[in-house]
Design a protein around this ligand. Structure first.
Ligand SMILES: NC(=O)c1ccc[n+]([C@@H]2O[C@H](COP(=O)([O-])OP(=O)(O)OC[C@H]3O[C@@H](n4cnc5c(N)ncnc54)[C@H](OP(=O)(O)O)[C@@H]3O)[C@@H](O)[C@H]2O)c1
Length: 328
């Protein structure tokens, strides 16, 4: 089918609708070839120079009236697993991505750093904010950029969600504590050592002050999935018969992704506001964890080597556990 491009101006950028406007296709393509999903509000913008035909194209984007869940950052470890769970439960959900290749009729292009792109938040009743710079080191070494994503833009997004009547779920971290004691309680004094933890705390405090019972902060310890990079690298080494180096002086408190997803799912369903925590049952070194992972594989166990962190970073916590506190 031939495409019938439609152009108009949004801010300084020119947007082009690609192809005929079927309802299922909510894709727009920017000149740099990134797809974006236009906020329904754009359809009502009186000041924009949109022809009648173009208005029709935008109107076709309007979602049906039933409300649903939006996972911001649906390709994140948590977002992807939560999406699987919602699909299994037959619950309606949408997601966002920064990768235009992953855009579909369920997945909207959205980059927190792209101030021009907004989301049709009025069509969702629950938003789970999984988008963030999640590398502790990156937050430390690229402070301005990560602060913009993790604080400024995240707070803006959360405020817009709240203004649109969405219940917001914000995954936070044990990094809001300084890690001098294990198993912190939700009411313990936060004292982040890392920028990542500090950013989390700023957003938590914003939510606590402003959400008026419409948001939940859920602090997690380290979540483990099949794709967890350190596990993948250990398995790869085991397969190749190479040494599996694991830190004996770095501790964490792993939780299976399924538990994290069940927690989010429960909070979504109950709409319980507050600050909650999910941590693993134990604080364990990476070396001891590796011994558990390969317990049934004597060959891999023989490749396992306890090593020390080459240069322990001051922004990494010693203890990384949390006392689990969830809504009843
Ligand atoms: N995983 C854990 O162990 C853990 C523990 C405690 C708290 N958390 C928190 O839980 C949330 C999800 O964590 P995760 O480990 O599942 O994340 P992840 O796998 O590292 O993925 C990060 C997500 O953030 C999105 N993102 C990054 N920059 C963005 C931007 N500028 N605009 C829009 N999206 C952006 C990425 O989008 P693309 O996929 O499109 O690139 C990706 O979906 C984060 O807030 C994290 O801090 C995670």
């Amino acid at each position: 089918m031939p495409s019938c491009p439609v152009t108009w101006s949004k801010g300084s950028e020119s947007l082009r609708f690609v192809g005929p406007p079927p309802i299922s296709e909510r894709k727009f393509v920017k000149p740099d070839n990134k797809s974006v999903w236009i906020d329904n509000a754009l359809a009502n913008r009186r000041d924009s120079k949109i022809s009648r035909r173009e208005k029709k194209a935008v109107a076709a984007l309007k979602l049906p009236d039933d409300k649903r869940t939006l996972i911001v950052g649906i390709n994140s470890q948590i977002g992807a697993s939560l999406a699987e769970r919602l699909a299994r439960e037959n619950l309606p959900f949408f997601g966002t991505t920064r990768n235009s290749d992953n855009v579909s009729d369920r997945v909207i292009y959205f980059d927190l750093l792209d101030s021009d792109v907004s989301l049709p938040l009025q069509d969702f009743d629950c938003v789970i904010v999984c988008s963030a710079v999640t590398s502790i080191a990156e937050c430390e070494y690229q402070i301005e950029k990560s602060k913009r994503v993790n604080v400024t833009k995240t707070i803006q997004l959360i405020d817009r969600c709240l203004a649109n009547g969405c219940f917001v779920i914000y995954p936070s971290s044990n990094a809001v504590f300084d890690g001098t004691a294990p198993f912190n309680l939700p009411g313990d004094q936060p004292n982040p050592k890392s920028m990542y933890g500090f950013f989390k705390l700023v957003v938590e405090e914003h939510i606590t002050k402003n959400a008026d019972g419409n948001a939940a902060v859920v602090r997690f310890t380290k979540i483990i999935t099949h794709q967890s990079p350190f596990l993948q690298s250990w398995r790869e080494n085991a397969k190749m018969g190479s040494e599996i180096a694991a830190f004996q002086d770095k501790f964490f408190s792993p939780i299976p992704i399924e538990d994290a997803v069940t927690t989010l799912y429960m909070i979504m369903k109950k709409r319980r506001a507050g600050v909650f925590q999910l941590g693993g049952a134990e604080e364990i070194s990476y070396f001891d964890y590796a011994s558990q992972v390969f317990a049934d594989d004597p060959t891999a166990l023989s490749l396992l080597k306890a090593v020390k962190q080459p240069e322990p970073k001051s922004f990494f916590n010693h203890y990384n556990s949390l006392a689990t506190r969830l809504p009843e």
